[in-house]
Design a protein around this ligand. Structure first.
Ligand code: IVH
Length: 677
């Protein structure tokens, strides 16, 4: 059946828009639409492709959303081995490299070589094979001879072309590096934190973890990028005469090539480039660990050949490692809000990578066992990715004779409760719950934090003081505090004590999403809290929900449901909630969306715009709540906008809404709507 032109055009338009937004989100890290809007574009595209399967070509964005999980990775043998690079560290090493090459090629040293200097990206090498212009497979480097088939994952990376222009060689294998930008890494870890998932130590690990997924739908959500730096197998021998020309042609075929690559002359040019990139390194969007120098002429590369497993015509000039050694003074264990026990090494302070490091997290039990770190050890500390300092190794030669292996506590060091394993045995947790003062402290810090009840002036230090003075044992105690009690604490005077008490009182009037988030229910981050609030409408309904009712909520799976159930089953938690309510903590009730009505969210089909300042919540909070009710929330007013919510000091958007005759709500109308009226 012929595909109607309208469907074809709409499909093309959607595909273009989705590609643009993919680029903005994953590569430029500056999305211009919400996840919800993006999902809608994708849903429409998928729907069209379902109606007209002919629209789904190899280049469609639908090919990037991932597919059913694989049972295991299969192996792929590289047609040409994937080599590694020899390293150089000093100027002398670089001069020697150039000299050796002249000698091998039998060319007088007075002839200055052209080189290509490329940043050495700190990610994972990939080989991508195109046959007849279509991406056929992608593989990891593996041992250089055989790698793993990661086609399903590589296809989800937005900047990897799925289809090449007709000018491409019939068979073309490109090689490059897959990596994650600093910003992408930070965002991913933030999401992981919110979900209670595992955080990654550095961008390289995050990229590796994302590529090693059997479920490519997970990879599709990860901000991976790729830069292509060379050609493997190729059916067109005259593709390029030099490395620069090769990169140029790859760019023309649509491959992403690192824009910082430069052609330079001789050792002098190399060293100049090295120094200049070294200076820019801290401000680059991604991690590089050196510069790769490549002889520009490909015929000379061929002639120079290989030694062992590295080419003679290339060299990696490494940046001096941001690593230093110091001593471990002590190993403490910290207890987090959810009871997770994290060992922390207290170090003899050292300056590495531009910061003074005194504490380094050892992540978990297996990390400390793997490194066998002991008190008194001399350790090498690296500031990886210029973010989190890390202990990379222990210098065993300098280990004191009487040192003992670190014994991971069997009991919580704060409350003495038994330590239990969770998270597939990786995470050790204190089983004391809120009877553990460390967990209590963290629970209170969470409750008062900006995205929870946002109690002004109640920072971590004051919470610690309150808990240590025995004034506050749980979040409900906050509302029993008096100014006189606060005055007793160090650093408080009458005005500041009164201010704190009134800030605490002000927090009583809140919203259900904030309250749910603030309670610190395991697995419930801000977004899940907003979804649960919209679906159950009030706390009692959520408390009464069983596993099935919870799992019926979109985006709530068995793990979140379990977390919620356990939380509300706990008698101490029940008591705290009762006391919070008795103290006057309240929220606008929302009309519950029964699980059976999921298809018909009350604001489904409505496009809304928020403008101006709201007094009862931030715009982003209002947006989250509206989205949870099914509305599409956009940033600009058009004739398609259903409602514009106008807060204080609204500007041009309100004017435009008036001109276009779009329905306008004030804050009270918004609150009434959120409450389900
Ligand atoms: S060329 C024979 N160029 O470094 C050529 N490698 O230590 C070998 N790498 O496995 C690779 N950026 O993962 C080349 N611009 C670049 C690179 C680069 C990063 C990685 C690559 C390789 C490793 C070798």
């Amino acid at each position: 059946m012929a595909i109607p032109a309208t469907a074809r055009n709409r499909h093309k338009e959607l595909a273009q828009q989705i590609r643009l937004h993919n680029r903005r989100y994953y590569t430029q890290d500056s999305p211009t639409i919400t996840d919800f809007e993006y999902d809608q574009l994708m849903a429409e595209l998928l729907e069209l492709e379902q109606q007209h399967p002919g629209l789904c070509d190899a280049d469609s964005p639908s090919q990037r959303v991932g597919s059913e999980p694989l049972a295991e990775f299969t192996q792929i043998e590289h047609e040409k081995p994937m080599l590694s690079l020899s390293n150089g560290f000093s100027e002398e090493d670089i001069a020697d490299f150039d000299k050796r090459l002249h000698k091998q090629l039998d060319i007088d040293e007075s002839e200055v070589f052209d080189y290509v200097a490329e940043p050495k990206l700190d990610g994972l090498a990939v080989s991508i094979m195109y046959v007849e212009g279509e991406l056929r497979y992608a593989a990891t480097r593996g041992d250089g001879r055989v790698g793993e088939d990661i086609t399903h994952n590589v296809k989800t990376i937005d900047s990897v072309p799925l289809v090449l222009p007709s000018a491409a060689p019939a068979k073309l294998e490109v090689r490059g590096e897959i990596f994650m930008s600093h910003a992408g890494f930070a965002r991913l870890n933030e999401q992981q934190r919110e979900k209670g998932g595992k955080e990654f130590v550095n961008p390289r690990n995050a990229a590796a973890g994302s590529l090693r997924q059997l479920d490519s739908r997970i990879t599709a959500t990860r901000p991976l990028q790729v830069f292509i730096y060379s050609v493997g197998v190729i059916s067109e021998p005259a593709f390029a005469a030099t490395q620069s020309e090769m990169l140029q042609r790859l760019t023309e075929l649509g491959f992403p090539v690192c824009p910082l690559v430069e052609q330079v002359r001789g050792v002098e040019g190399l060293l100049h480039y090295y120094a200049s990139l070294g200076q820019q390194r801290a401000t680059l969007e991604y991690e590089i660990d050196g510069i790769v120098y490549k002889l520009n002429r490909l015929d000379w590369q061929q002639q120079a050949g290989f030694i062992a497993r590295a080419p003679r015509w290339a060299l990696a000039h490494k940046f001096p490692a941001q690593e230093k050694s110091t001593q471990v003074r002590a190993i403490d264990v910290q207890v987090g809000r959810t009871g997770a026990i994290t060992p922390v090494a207290r170090l003899e302070p050292l300056f590495v990578g531009g910061v003074t490091v005194t504490n380094v997290t050892l992540h978990n039990r297996s990390e400390i066992e793997r490194l066998d770190i002991r008190v008194g050890d001399t350790v090498i500390v690296r500031r990886a990715g210029d973010v989190i300092p890390q202990i990379v190794s222990v210098n065993l030669e300098q280990r004191p004779a009487n040192s003992k292996p670190f014994e991971f506590p069997e009991q919580c060091p704060v409350c003495g409760s038994v330590v239990v394993a969770s998270g597939e045995g990786i995470i050790a947790r204190c089983s004391g719950g809120l009877s553990c003062s460390a967990q209590r402290k963290q629970a209170i810090i969470h409750y008062v934090s900006r995205t929870a009840l946002d109690i002004d002036g109640l920072g971590e230090r004051i919470v610690e003081q309150l808990v240590e003075a025995g004034l506050v044992k749980d979040v409900a105690d906050l509302y029993q505090l008096t100014a006189e009690q606060v005055l007793e604490l160090e650093g408080f005077a009458e005005i500041s004590a009164n201010n704190l008490i009134s800030a605490i009182a002000d927090s009583k009037q809140t919203s259900l999403p904030r309250l749910l988030y603030a309670l610190g229910i395991p697995q419930v981050g801000e977004t899940t809290a907003a979804t649960l609030a919209a679906h159950f409408g009030n706390l009692a309904a959520l408390q009464n929900a069983d596993q099935a009712a919870l799992e019926a909520v979109p985006d709530v799976g068995p793990i979140v449901a379990e977390g919620v159930l356990q939380f509300f089953a706990d008698q101490n938690n029940q008591r705290v909630i009762k006391r919070l309510m008795a103290a006057g903590v309240s929220y606008h009730e929302m009309t519950p969306i029964a699980a059976t009505q999921q298809g018909e969210l009350p604001l489904a089909g409505k496009t809304m715009v928020l403008t101006g300042t709201l007094s009862s919540m931030s715009r982003s909070e209002a947006k989250q709540q509206l989205q949870a009710l099914g509305a599409k929330v956009t940033g600009s007013v058009s004739s398609k906008t259903s409602v514009v919510v106008v807060g204080a000091e609204a500007g041009s958007k309100a004017q435009k809404a008036e001109q276009l005759g779009v329905e306008m709500w004030d804050e009270d109308q918004l609150l009434a709507c959120l409450a389900g009226d």
